[in-house]
Design a protein around this ligand. Structure first.
Ligand code: AG3
Length: 284
């Protein structure tokens, strides 16, 4: 039997993977969760039918949501992860002995449980004593926080379903307040390849620019996400992502990373013109 999973990237584009086995399917209070065993990408988790992680290419996303900020400010100690229930972001953060504490606020307990069972190599640091996993709404969680975190990572889904409120000015304002004076915020910022995603990306970038003095987008190539090409926003109260890169200090840590290195760091912030122009002009 020939079993295929497809995600509709637009009305006219589908991305498909051949499936060996459908390992898990359930509906939580928030979304539908599926785990599929694929031939090419290992286990795959989808939320409401959209690719979140695959065993084969998760390293790109998780390296890139974490390491650039850590190389810009190696003194980061207290981190908040919003979403990120698979645990990949926490796994990368735990490579730094200098990090003292991580709060991971994931709305959906079922995502964490599914990841523990089907993605042991991704969820492996969730029980680290430096990590507190809170099953709460990240939007509410940040509302009463002030001057607490050095770094906030928004490891969200697309802005549909539970991810929607994580792309609003109000939420970014709350994050700004929750950050210390040197604070950095990074969010996953969709693909520029297809208009519906790019509009979300541009508007997120513009909203962040209204409060953070330094906002620069950066990129990575992620084959199982729409367009195979993904953006992140780096929003910072003080540090510039290129001028303040501490390459020697980061390299002296001798961390093992499969995607990120400090040469790639500089390239990641060099955007193609069609993206740069939209972000500079700020019109959606
Ligand atoms: N979060 C970003 C997933 C967005 C993918 N969008 C899509 N497939 N339409 C991934 C969570 C990884 N920790």
């Amino acid at each position: 039997m020939d079993l295929w999973y497809s995600e509709n990237h637009t009305e006219n584009v589908k991305f498909s993977l051949r499936i060996k086995e459908h390992l898990f399917s359930d509906k939580s209070d928030f979304q539908r969760i599926d785990i599929l065993k694929t031939y090419e990408y290992g286990n795959l988790m989808t939320l409401d039918g959209l690719v979140m992680v695959t065993e084969k290419d998760e390293f790109v996303y998780h390296d890139m949501i974490v390491h650039p900020s850590m190389a810009i400010n190696p003194d980061i100690k207290n981190v908040l992860v919003i979403g990120g229930g698979d645990g990949g972001t926490v796994r990368e953060l735990m490579k730094y002995p200098s990090i003292e504490h991580v709060d991971m606020v994931e709305i959906d307990r079922m995502v964490v449980e599914a990841s523990r069972k089907y993605f042991p190599a991704i969820s492996c640091e969730l029980d680290n004593e430096k990590v507190t996993v809170l099953y709460e709404d990240g939007i509410k969680f940040v509302k009463d926080k002030e001057d607490v975190y050095d770094l906030i990572l928004i490891d969200s889904t697309d802005p549909i379903g539970p991810g929607e409120g994580l792309f609003t000015t109000e939420f970014y304002n709350d994050c700004y307040r929750a950050l210390k004076e040197n604070g950095i915020l990074v969010n996953q910022n969709e693909t520029p390849i297809y208009d519906n995603f790019f509009e979300v990306g541009i508007s997120s970038n513009i909203k962040l620019k209204k409060m953070f003095p330094i906002v620069k987008a950066y990129q990575a190539s992620i084959p199982t996400y729409p367009g195979g090409y993904w953006l992140f926003n780096f929003a910072s109260k003080k540090y510039d992502p290129i001028n303040d890169l501490k390459a020697d200090r980061w390299n002296s840590l001798e961390l093992r990373t499969k995607y990120y290195n400090t040469e790639l760091h500089k390239g990641a912030f060099a955007l193609p013109n069609y993206v740069k122009e939209k972000f500079e002009n700020g019109n959606v």
